[in-house]
Design a protein around this ligand. Structure first.
Ligand SMILES: Nc1ncnc2c1ncn2[C@@H]1O[C@H](COP(=O)(O)OP(=O)(O)OP(=O)(O)O)[C@@H](O)[C@H]1O
Ligand SMILES: [Mg+2]
Length: 373
């Protein structure tokens, strides 16, 4: 995966940007609040259909503009592709791939694969299960477009089923229609659970290996899928469906009393365990940061394994947060990946590397770029 050119129009603080990138390292440097992360955000939007910072597309539009546009040219398995996203508040996001309009955001998935690593990733450990589900969902959606559709479908089913559960309390005869929604929930939910379970099993192995190296075999990192009801970790779709159906039958009265769906992938979590203890509860800030780094490196390994192509790597402000040893390890282990690094000080990046470029960002302009070849 190789990003060649990015064009922005009225995106965040960029009026017009047209920039060619280097094949290995792209170091985007400058003072705070100049537009470094905005570039990373635009690239990530093309990969995942969403910003890593906001779910409100309107915030991405330049303050005084009527809409925004992004055009990204990249090479995938030696074939050039182009993603174009145009947004207006009235028409929302419109996407074209190789100049052909696509109907759904889901059609974007699987074209450009990117892994982002930013300070907010610490939330994967620090915050609640929703952050950990999001971590899994973003990677899985890029790898399997059908998974993204299932997620969207599941959200709709869940909403309908919850509404129905609330209405049954006041209108008892509605219970007869619950069976249909149970079946939808079980079918789509089980597919999501089977994929997540397999994903976390693979990620666990890769992250453990990465973490052992990062810590000189001093720490053992484990990732474990933790669904809302017990399943065996090698259950297939159908086996999950059977358990899920039984769980729903058993808890129907309670779900009606509560007026909400208590079981299913919307209640999934991932346990992140360091030396046998919860990283969230017992891990130091540094241990948490290293665990996330191991998970991200594992995410890259997995993307390579599953798609046969290296993802692009977006490192937003992370180098300043790592100690020298970990920084060195990270930089050594991303050789071969096209990487975009933001930092405030270019001295940070002292190694002379081939195929690298430095971009100085100031107030929504890339003032100069120096190619080191
Ligand atoms: N919709 C928008 N329209 C215009 N400007 C915006 C918009 N959204 C954000 N900005 C501006 O973009 C700048 C922030 O950009 P960005 O987050 O890329 O900064 P940065 O260079 O990464 O800074 P830091 O080093 O602090 O992370 C701010 O000046 C902010 O006011
Ligand atoms: Mg930034």
């Amino acid at each position: 995966m190789l990003i060649e050119n990015l064009k922005l129009k009225d995106f965040r603080n960029y009026k017009n940007l047209d920039v060619d990138f280097a094949k290995a390292f792209n170091i985007i440097y400058g003072n705070n609040a100049q537009g470094k992360t905005n570039i990373i955000e635009a690239v990530f939007l093309c990969a995942s259909g969403r910003s890593h910072r906001t779910s409100k597309d309107i915030e991405l539009m330049k303050y005084d503009a009527a809409g925004f546009g992004i055009k990204l040219l990249f090479e995938k398995e030696n074939i050039q592709e182009e993603i174009e996203i145009v947004y207006t508040p009235e028409e929302k996001k419109k996407i074209k791939i190789n100049e052909i309009p696509v109907k759904k955001i889901g059609d974007l998935m699987g074209h450009l694969n990117a892994v982002i690593f930013s300070p907010e990733d610490l939330l994967v450990i620090k915050q609640g299960p929703a952050e950990r589900r999001r971590f899994a969902d973003i990677t899985l959606s890029q790898l399997k477009p059908s998974y993204f559709y299932d997620l969207q479908q599941y959200a709709k089913i869940l909403y309908q089923r919850n509404t129905l559960l609330k209405n049954i309390v006041v209108k008892r005869e509605l219970e007869a229609t619950l069976d249909v929604w149970d079946r939808h929930l079980v079918r789509t939910g089980s597919r999501i659970m089977a994929i997540r379970s397999g994903f976390i099993k693979k990620l666990d192995k890769l992250a453990a290996a990465r973490h052992a190296k990062l810590t000189n075999n001093e720490e053992i990192l484990m990732l474990k899928y933790s669904p809302s009801f017990e399943i065996d970790d090698n259950f297939n779709n159908q086996e999950i469906e059977e358990v899920f159906t039984r769980v729903l039958e058993k808890c129907r009265t309670r779900e009606i009393q509560r007026g909400s769906s208590m079981y299913g992938p919307h209640r999934d979590d991932i346990d992140i365990i360091l030396n046998g203890e919860s990283t969230k509860i017992y891990g130091s800030q540094g241990q948490q940061r290293t665990s996330v780094l191991s998970m991200k490196l594992a995410e890259i390994d997995l993307m390579k394994e599953e798609s046969g192509d290296s993802p692009v790597l977006l490192l937003d402000d992370v180098l300043s947060e790592l100690d020298d040893k970990r920084k060195e390890y990270l930089l050594e282990n991303i050789i071969g990946l096209q990487t975009f690094i933001t930092c405030t000080d270019k001295r940070f990046f002292q190694r002379s590397t081939e195929n690298a470029a430095l971009f100085y960002v100031e107030n929504g302009n890339i003032a100069n770029d120096i190619y080191l070849r």
